[in-house]
Write a protein that binds this ligand. Structure first.
Ligand SMILES: [Zn+2]
Length: 482
């Protein structure tokens, strides 16, 4: 029974599947076709998208080396190194190239004579088989012989073939790598793709030289999550890969599900928002000419992602190094802001609810009132603050000292167990404790350093600027939808 009744729902020509590359490509098709979702794309839309993709590829394939237009060829080469548009022996005649590329996206044959293979990605009937020359990340020389013998390639339907070549529009691209985003909240995927489609146009016109230095896909992804203003828990995952003939690789980083909630809390509260700006400014590096070389907002966004191999940097570790430099230079307000940011991250992202006050008070009391100079005891505490064993010793001594002196003792061994036991998040407990201890001392006017931590007007102006905004501007990023 293969007959189709007149009232049957027309199957969509493009479906976003769970495959990260296909999914990014399907969203790119939707954005290029000005549809709100891939499922709304019509066959006529697909024709128009094919024309755009082919024309852009033709222009890139015949561009002179070293021109801005040639940069799009580098993008295509990173994805389809052996295709008709990128091969070193490609024709330099636009008409010949156009015909060859258009043929890749020919409609699937319909009717009973059509091939019976389901599409590798979406399961729709596929009229073509594709191999690695046209499919990114398929069958690289790192993974040979993945096709069974006598099988000419993977069946791919027209919608997924167009998606595979719309991919560079929907991905964050560099001259050698591609990053796609997967998120449980589809609106985030669309937002990320829409930003990249605008960026693709800029690369084609102006080349990579026009991209601000230090720009990173993580900031684009974080801004996409934030733009949704949704409290729905949804993790964002970034897949970054290189697909050339020599040395392909893949790297995956992801955020926690509670990222949107964390961003909302930081955005909506002056103290952690100030902390986030201070973090961004601490990560900003400028060259001698004053131009940004490392962008703080981009680097800060990176700290919200964790890599599967555990090699990523940690936001709390970075905040700890910021809060405990050798020469303490934070004034009370800025220290409070950075400390509040650390607590917000621990609560919203890590789900921690640390009970710090009794133990922090004990340590601060001991530093303030123990024998000798407070500064010497502070130095001693800083040395052991992150070490479970030595911190336990210090807490015992502090308790004993205060008791001998007849002072109130704010905490006992029950209170400090979470800080010295070897269990998950113990390091984070100790880090937050150290932040709170220094903050308490500063509130009590215990002199903990020589630096006054004064802030000049220019610094204050920078701190007051909005968070997650690159310093040198990102023209086009905030332009309306296409
Ligand atoms: Zn398909």
């Amino acid at each position: 029974m293969d007959t189709v009744s007149a009232t049957a729902v027309v199957p969509s020509v493009v479906t976003a599947t769970g495959h990260p590359l296909q999914c990014a490509g399907a969203w790119a098709v939707a954005v290029l076709a000005r549809r709100s979702r891939p499922e709304e794309v019509t066959a006529a839309d697909l024709d128009r998208v094919v024309a755009v993709v082919v024309e852009d590829a033709v222009r890139a394939a015949i561009a002179e080396k070293g021109t801005a237009a040639y940069d799009w060829w580098k993008v295509l080469f990173a994805l389809y190194p052996n295709s008709k548009a990128t091969h070193s022996k490609r024709p330099r005649d636009a008409a010949v190239l156009r015909e060859a590329l258009t043929a890749l996206f020919a409609p699937d044959a319909v009717g009973s004579s059509a091939g019976g293979w389901p599409c590798t990605f979406c399961g729709a009937r596929a009229g073509a088989v594709w191999t690695k020359s046209t499919l990114p990340m398929f069958d690289t020389n790192m993974a040979l012989n993945t096709l069974p013998p006598n099988v000419p390639g993977w069946p791919v339907c027209r919608g997924c073939r167009v998606a595979a070549w719309a991919l560079p529009y929907g991905a964050w691209v560099t001259a050698g790598s591609v990053t796609v985003l997967i998120c449980e909240a589809p609106g985030v995927e669309r937002e990320f793709v829409a930003r990249n489609v605008r960026e693709a146009r800029r690369i084609m016109q102006l080349g990579f030289g026009a991209r601000r230095s230090g720009a990173r896909p993580e900031l684009s992804a974080v801004r996409a999550v934030r733009a949704l203003r949704s409290a729905v828990p949804a993790a964002a995952t970034l897949w970054t890969f290189k697909n050339d003939n020599q040395d392909p690789w893949l790297r995956v980083v992801r955020t926690r599900q509670s990222l949107a909630r964390f961003l909302a809390v930081v955005d909506g509260n002056a103290e952690p928002r100030r902390g986030w700006r201070l973090l961004e400014l601490s990560l900003t590096k400028r060259g001698r000419d004053g131009r940004v070389e490392t962008s703080g907002p981009d680097e800060a966004a990176r700290l919200l992602f964790e890599s599967d191999d555990g090699r990523g940097r940690s936001l709390l570790r970075h905040l700890h190094h910021l809060l405990h430099p050798r020469e303490d230079s934070w004034n009370e307000r800025d220290r409070a802001a950075l400390t509040r940011l650390a607590f917000t991250y621990a609560e919203e992202i890590l789900g921690m609810n640390p009970h710090l006050e009794p133990v922090a008070t004990l340590v601060a009391d001991w530093i303030e009132h123990g024998s000798g100079e407070p500064r010497g005891r502070l130095a001693e505490y800083r040395r052991v603050a992150l070490n479970d064993y030595h911190l336990g010793h210090l807490l015992n001594r502090a308790q004993f000292r205060l008791m001998l002196d007849g002072r109130p003792v704010a905490a006992g061994p029950e209170d400090w167990r979470p800080f010295i036991e070897r269990r998950p998040r113990a390091w984070e407990h100790r880090m937050l404790l150290a932040a709170r201890v220094i903050q308490l001392l500063q509130e009590r006017d215990v002199k903990v350093s020589d630096a006054a931590g004064s802030a000049d007007e220019e610094t204050e102006r920078l701190v007051e600027q909005p968070i997650l905004e690159p310093a040198d501007g990102d023209f086009g990023d905030e332009m309306g939808e296409m």
